[in-house]
Each structure stands twice: as C-alpha cells, then as structure tokens.
Write a protein that binds this ligand. Structure first.
Ligand code: NAP
Length: 338
C-alpha cells in the first residue's frame, strides 16, 4: 500500500483496554492520520472509549472493524494470546497491522504472519515501541558508527510488581501471561538492538504453579563479543535502568529505559583503573509530550507513505529472531504458553 502525502491515514484499534487508551491518547500529537474506529467485544465499552478519545466509529465486534473498507491500518491492543489470530484475520482482510508486543507466542506463527503480509504486500510490525524513541535511536547510532567505542557489557532489568489477579493478563497462562512476554521482551530486544544478535544464552526462571514465569534472568552472549545480564519480573521491583559499557564509555539509561527521555554517557577516554580521573559526562535529553506512542505512530505512517511492508528500524527478520529467542528461553526454563 502506498498512501499519498495529502491523504489522512485511517487507523482502527482492536481492544478497548488500558494500553489502547494510552496509544489513542497520543494520536493528536501526530499529523496526517486519524483514529477512525475502535472495536471491543462489548459495544458499550467501544462507545465509551470512542467518546473519551474522540473516535468517530465504534464497533461491538473485532470482525466489524477488521472488514471496514475505510480503515488503512489496525493497531492490535488486545491480550497476548489473541495477537496471532487477530493479526492473521486483519491481513487476510487486506489491512496493514501494528500489533502489540509480544507479537505471537510461537515463532512459527510469527514466521507464518510475516509470509502472509509479504504475499499480500501489506505492512506488518510488532509494536516494540522502544525502538522508536529518539534517545534509544541516538545511542544505537553512536554504537553502530563507533563513536562510543566497542560494546562489551550491558545490564538491563525490568521488574515490577503487577496485580495478583490469577485471571488477569499477567498471571493467567491462557492469556499468554508471564514476565518474559510482558516486560522481559524489552531488555532482550533492546540489548539485541544495541549490542547485536544474541548467539548464546543461559536462563533461569521462577514459575508460578500454573507455569507462568514470575521472574526470569538471562545471561546472553552477543555476536559482537559483548555479554549482557537481562532480568524481568512481575512480582518484585528493580532499578529498571539500562547500563551499556564499551571500551571507553558507560551509557546509563535511567528508569524507564524502555521509553527513554534521557541518557548519561560517562566518557573515560584512555583512563584505566577503578577510579578513572578523566571522566567527562555527556547527557542526552529528549523530553517528549504524551506517553511516547507518537514516535511509533509517526514512524508507521511514514512507512505506509513510503510503500514499505516492513520497518527499517525493526525488520521482519529481527521480529522473527526475537520470537525464536523467546521460544528458546521458554523451552529452557519450562515456561508454558497456550
Ligand atoms: N507498549 C507498551 O508500552 C505496552 C504497555 C502495556 C501493555 N502492552 C501490551 O498491550 C496489550 C494489552 O495490554 P493491556 O494492559 O491493555 O491489557 P488489558 O487492558 O488487560 O486488556 C486489553 C484488551 O484485550 C481485549 N481482550 C480480548 N480477548 C480478551 C480475553 N479473552 N480476555 C481479556 N481481554 C481480552 C479486551 O478488549 P475488549 O474488552 O475491549 O474487547 C481488553 O480490554 C498486551 O499485549 C501487552 O503486552 C504494551
């Protein structure tokens, strides 16, 4: 699909949940597009959501929105276990898709959806929104072009205490819950983005009686020669920072690193020893309005206008690599998925 610059891109949202609300609230920050429709399994819920976020059309079933001819792209903001089926139905109906993370719960499904999008020449992206924040892009660029030296070591953690409703999306295995799928995907995908492909890892997890991972730790080895320690939890807290060390700088992305608005870069130059004297501190500050979804929305709009079927910032191949890695971690640690 190639959308003209003069044409407004019409978005539809599936699922009137918490995250869809945050996504919708950032729409006014992005020019050239509109929120055309919201679908919920309950019409009254869709209507209430439409009123709150000024959306012109509400639907009481996902199918109605998916088949609507006026909609160019669908944002899937539903719980994890529905992502595969709803993405598939949307692509079959000729719609481009931005689906929330985790994309699917099995890499084979991810592979199938990528093939489907390619055969139908439709845009498809997993919404790992961290990729689109300017601070993260700037750090990635600095590491890629060598201005920050050679990446050697990273630590990233995303642990928080979620609600303990056993039927809720975090703890219920039927909904695709667990720390890895919910928040572990951030350190994993950001580490892979900044340090390069993960080629080997060890992992351990503490599982709930239903075999949902409450806590998970991954020690990864990257193709670049760097190593990283990545952790995630849904039953305790951590610093929720990211630290990346090279041979001459340490980059600290403070909490919340996955939607960074700043970073501190400690330049050590040629200093050696445990108390380096020549430290120079550089800060990156990129405050943003709203929740931060506008970076992702604007990027997707640009991809559609350029006639792309995948994002150059998160390619299909990388989406697949992330999901293959998640599969392997589940296998190693005994995490069960529906
Ligand atoms: N990018 C981010 O920053 C971010 C942050 C949080 C979450 N997420 C992702 O966003 C997605 C939704 O998370 P959330 O926190 O918004 O979840 P949520 O509020 O608990 O649920 C989202 C919606 O899923 C729909 N749904 C469809 N089938 C369902 C079922 N069988 N049981 C329960 N709900 C069902 C419901 O929509 P209707 O009732 O309207 O049909 C519900 O409102 C997840 O995939 C999560 O990983 C992303």
């Amino acid at each position: 699909m190639n959308i003209q610059n003069s044409q407004s891109i019409r978005w539809g949202i599936l699922g009137a949940g918490r995250n869809s609300g945050k996504f919708a609230s950032d729409f006014p920050l992005v020019p050239g597009c509109e929120l055309y429709g919201i679908a919920s399994r309950q019409l009254s819920k869709a209507q209430q959501f439409a009123q709150e976020y000024r959306i012109s059309h509400s639907y009481g079933s996902y199918k109605e929105l998916i088949s609507h001819p006026e909609i160019d792209i669908i944002y899937i903001g539903t719980v994890n276990h529905t992502h595969y089926e709803l993405t598939r139905e949307s692509l079959l109906a000729g719609k481009s898709v931005l689906c929330e993370k985790p994309f699917t719960l099995h890499a084979e499904q991810t592979r199938e959806l990528i093939e489907l999008a390619r055969s139908k020449k439709l845009f498809l992206l997993c919404g790992i929104w961290s990729r689109f924040f300017p601070v993260i892009r700037q750090i990635a660029q600095g590491l890629q072009n060598g201005i920050y030296g050679t990446p050697l070591l990273a630590q990233m953690d995303f642990c928080f205490k979620g609600n303990n409703n056993p039927q809720g999306r975090l703890l219920n295995p039927a909904l695709g819950g667990g720390a890895l799928a919910d928040v572990g995907i951030y350190p994993l995908s950001i580490a892979q983005f900044l340090l390069g492909e993960i080629i080997d890892f060890s992992a351990s997890a503490i599982l709930s009686p239903e075999k949902i991972d409450l806590r998970v730790i991954i020690n990864a080895r990257h193709k670049s020669g760097a190593i990283s320690a990545l952790s995630a939890a849904i039953d305790t807290f951590s610093s929720r920072e990211a630290s990346i060390s090279t041979d001459n700088v340490r980059i600290l992305i403070p909490c919340p690193f996955w939607k960074a608005s700043s970073a501190i870069i400690h330049h050590y130059g040629e200093s050696v020893g445990s108390s380096p004297e020549k430290e120079r501190i550089e800060t990156i500050d990129q405050p943003y309005p709203g929740k931060g979804f506008h970076f992702e929305i604007a990027h997707v709009n640009q991809c559609l206008r350029d006639g792309l079927i995948e994002s150059p910032l998160l390619t299909h191949n990388e989406m697949l690599k992330i999901d293959l890695l998640l599969d392997q971690i589940r296998l190693k640690t005994g995490i069960v998925t529906p």
